[in-house]
Design a protein around this ligand. Structure first.
Ligand code: ADP
Length: 220
């Protein structure tokens, strides 16, 4: 799987390069339709790269290669980065990051960032355009609790526990592309940090995905 994933990425990278050249030409000639089409093609390529990366991650998990590199970092800076990323890439929803607790974690910074990113992408993917996605954190029971709350369609009780299983997707999700690996990977990452992960939801009334991690130190 890992080899196939790499093989799939190579032609995509060159496709992206050619598209960039076309974009420059279209911009020079001020061809608005071509620019629009370029943007659409580019976003499809991005989707494909995300899927391939997902497969690559699963294959790494299979071979026990997903390794966690822990170091001390302040969650405030990670929240700030995730906020900036959301601001520059998500225009369809109002993604709001509330002020972060100044807490030091001893964890894999990139992987924790990946979990936040995944929760936010799902919140956007499974809720109506223009709705609000709230990302917050607080200290609870001596642990750092991160929550991503959306105003989307919510989750039925029978699906709740299964969402974190590998390849699990809610039955009628065929229309929205995905493979059902994102949350599985999140659960693996959090488990490898001795943390907890879960979701609170009422069907039809939004969901709150959360995870909690042990705190290394609290900055006064
Ligand atoms: P994917 O989104 O690629 O299908 P995930 O593992 O990220 O895979 O999610 C598994 C399933 O959980 C999704 O197919 C969807 O049915 C459900 N889901 C995830 N996030 C949300 C959310 N914020 N609101 C409603 N359903 C969700």
């Amino acid at each position: 799987m890992s080899m196939v994933s790499h093989e799939l990425k190579t032609p995509l990278t060159s496709l992206k390069g050619y598209l960039q050249i076309l974009e420059q030409r279209a911009k020079k000639a001020q061809e608005s339709t071509s620019i629009l089409m370029h943007d659409k093609a580019n976003s499809q390529i991005k989707k494909m790269i995300t899927m391939i990366n997902g497969f690559l991650n699963v294959s790494r998990l299979d071979s026990g290669k997903i390794h966690i590199e822990k170091k001390n970092f302040d969650i405030t800076s990670l929240f700030k980065e995730a906020d900036e990323e959301a601001r520059s890439t998500i225009f369809s929803h109002q993604v709001i990051f509330t002020e972060a607790e100044s807490v030091i974690l001893n964890a894999d910074r990139d992987k924790v960032g990946q979990v936040i990113h995944n929760f936010v992408s799902n919140a956007v993917k499974y809720s109506p355009e223009g709705s609000q996605v709230l990302v917050s954190n607080k200290i609870k029971n001596g642990e750092l609790l991160v929550e991503v709350k959306d105003q989307g369609r919510g989750i039925k009780p029978q699906d709740k526990d299964k969402l974190f299983d590998r390849f699990y997707r809610v039955v009628n999700d065929d229309i929205i592309s995905g493979f059902g690996i994102g949350l599985y990977l999140c659960a693996e990452i959090i488990a490898r940090h001795q943390g907890k992960i879960g979701v609170e939801s009422e069907f039809g009334a939004g969901s709150t995905f959360w995870f909690s991690l042990p705190i290394y130190a609290v900055i006064a």
